[in-house]
Design a protein around this ligand. Structure first.
Ligand code: FAD
Ligand code: MLT
Ligand code: ZN
Length: 450
């Protein structure tokens, strides 16, 4: 079918303004610039019925579809590889009223994380998932990748915030569970199954999400440590000493300096290792945090945010790591988990091994230390395979995961047989065929062969 006819058909479904060729790469190239190329056909349905109509049209012509939200994914899962159509959910951005009794809200999958956080805040509540891409990442994308972020240690991953979903499956059927029932033990948990499915089982069109109470006091401090081991130990002490810990984000001197150089973000002191600690409670938690820290070794400095501006500045030091590294080139991004007990040793080992394997490369390590989830970004150097084997091989040696929170996408498909059992992979294939019998929803993502 020629391009005009194709756009004509799709435009008749979604409106001519919402079916077009993306010549500049906004939808066709991923955030890391490592995947995709300009020129994909993009459709932006405005309702679940239009999503069904687009899916039926594509299915009838065996045209594959890549569901896309904010296109902030970091594993190449949201852009076409070989002629797929991008189905953008950005217009499905309704934000329902907050139900104060159940502390739930129904939102369109195209609503951004920031918009949902604001709606919850206006109702005196909080949506517990948060991370640097909040302004563009969509709720549908965070469900599809089961996104983590900075508050996982207290509230869990996205899956734990999802009460129900509406989604269009690969056969065009609409799967709907938005009633908000907290208890419904009638059969398989199909909602959880779609969380983390990366657009391969269904296109999420709406989500019923759980909100949490908004604490009246927040305490944010940047703590400097002499060593990695001291930092990891201190986070363990704080985590076991209080229920108010929301976030513990580790950064190294190299990353903090780079954020300073790239974006002029200052830091209150220099240290080899930093941990951004944030706690919230209905009393001021700062004294408790200070008392717990006072018993920790290796603390070199502490700076406590005194107001919203200084709190924001401390968070910018952490949030801007990804973008700052991107100013120096296209990094190889490794988003890994290792058992927290092995974390300090892993971080020391991985930076040393990468520089041995690829002397011309530069490694930045930062991340969600309480979850054992580190982001290892490697710039420069020339041997992708050697670097990948060095980092991910070490992760598997430590009994960790090659993908902590970003998903598998196209970036880590090759590692799935080394991460998951044959039983697991065969079961995933069977589920995929049940939800998407034509294998045309995001066919090049997550597994090499369906
Ligand atoms: P997209 O990038 O559009 O798509 C991501 C995947 O989800 C693709 O496979 C796509 O096919 C699928 N998908 C998207 N929408 C739907 C839908 N409605 N139905 C079905 N499938 C869909 N991630 C974390 O987990 N933790 C972090 O701390 C974190 N920090 C980040 C910081 C920065 C600066 C950036 C750029 C990214 C960060 N990310 C983080 C990665 C990214 O933001 C998340 O993976 C996010 O969930 C992607 O949402 P999105 O709407 O942009 O999805
Ligand atoms: C983060 O925590 O900043 C993200 O997961 C992004 C990244 O890995 O770059
Ligand atoms: Zn992260």
């Amino acid at each position: 079918m020629n391009g005009d006819a194709l756009l004509g058909d799709l435009g008749a479904i979604v409106g001519t303004d919402h079916a077009f060729v993306d010549d500049v790469g906004t939808y066709s190239v991923d955030w890391t610039k490592r995947f995709g190329a300009p020129g994909a056909v993009v459709v932006r349905p405005g309702s679940v019925d239009e999503v069904v109509a687009v899916v039926d049209w594509c299915r009838a012509r065996s045209v594959a579809v890549v569901p896309q939200g904010g296109n902030t994914g970091l594993v190449g899962g949201g852009v076409p590889l070989d002629g797929e159509i991008v189905l953008s959910t950005r217009r499905l951005d309704a934000i329902g009223p907050v139900d104060a009794v159940s502390r739930q809200m129904t939102v369109g999958s195209g609503a951004t994380l920031a918009a949902v956080q604001m709606a919850a805040e206006e109702a005196g509540l909080r949506y517990a998932v948060d991370f640097g891409a909040r302004g563009s990442a969509t709720i549908g994308g965070t469900v599809a990748t089961n996104a983590g972020g900075v508050n996982v240690l207290r509230y869990g991953m996205t899956r734990r915030q999802v009460v129900g979903l509406e989604a269009v499956l690969g056969d065009g059927c609409v799967f709907g569970h938005l009633s908000g029932l907290e208890k419904d033990n009638t059969g398989f948990d199909l909602v959880s199954l779609l969380c983390g499915s990366e657009g391969t089982l269904g296109i999420v069109t709406a989500a019923r999400i759980r909100l949490v109470p908004r604490a009246s006091h927040v305490s944010t401090s940047l703590v400097g440590f002499a060593t990695m081991a001291a930092a990891v130990r201190a986070v363990g002490v704080i985590r076991s000493g209080t229920d108010s810990l929301d976030a513990a984000e580790l950064m190294l001197d190299s990353g903090a300096r780079l954020v300073g150089e790239a974006f002029g973000v200052g830091r209150p002191f220099d240290a080899p290792v930093y941990v951004l600690i944030e706690a919230s409670a209905d009393h001021d938690p700062s004294e408790q945090i200070e008392m717990l820290l006072s018993g920790c070794e290796g603390v070199t400095d502490v700076a406590v945010a005194v107001d919203a501006r200084t709190r924001r500045d401390l968070w910018r030091l952490r949030d801007e790591h990804t973008a700052a590294i991107g100013t120096k080139g296209v990094p190889r991004k490794f988003d890994v988990t290792v058992p927290v007990g092995a974390l300090a040793e892993f971080i020391e080992a991985v930076t040393g091994r990468v520089s041995m394997a690829s002397p011309a490369s530069e490694t930045f390590v930062f991340g969600h230390v309480a979850d054992g989830n580190m982001h290892v970004n490697v710039l420069g150097g020339d041997d992708d395979e050697v670097i990948e084997e060095t980092v991910l091989g070490l992760v598997l040696e430590h009994g960790g995961s090659v993908s902590a929170e970003h998903g598998v996408g196209r970036l880590k498909k090759a590692w799935m047989p080394r991460q998951r059992s044959t039983v697991d992979l065969d079961l995933m294939r069977a589920i995929k065929r049940a939800c998407d019998p034509g294998l045309f929803l995001n066919p090049h993502v997550l597994l090499d062969t369906w």
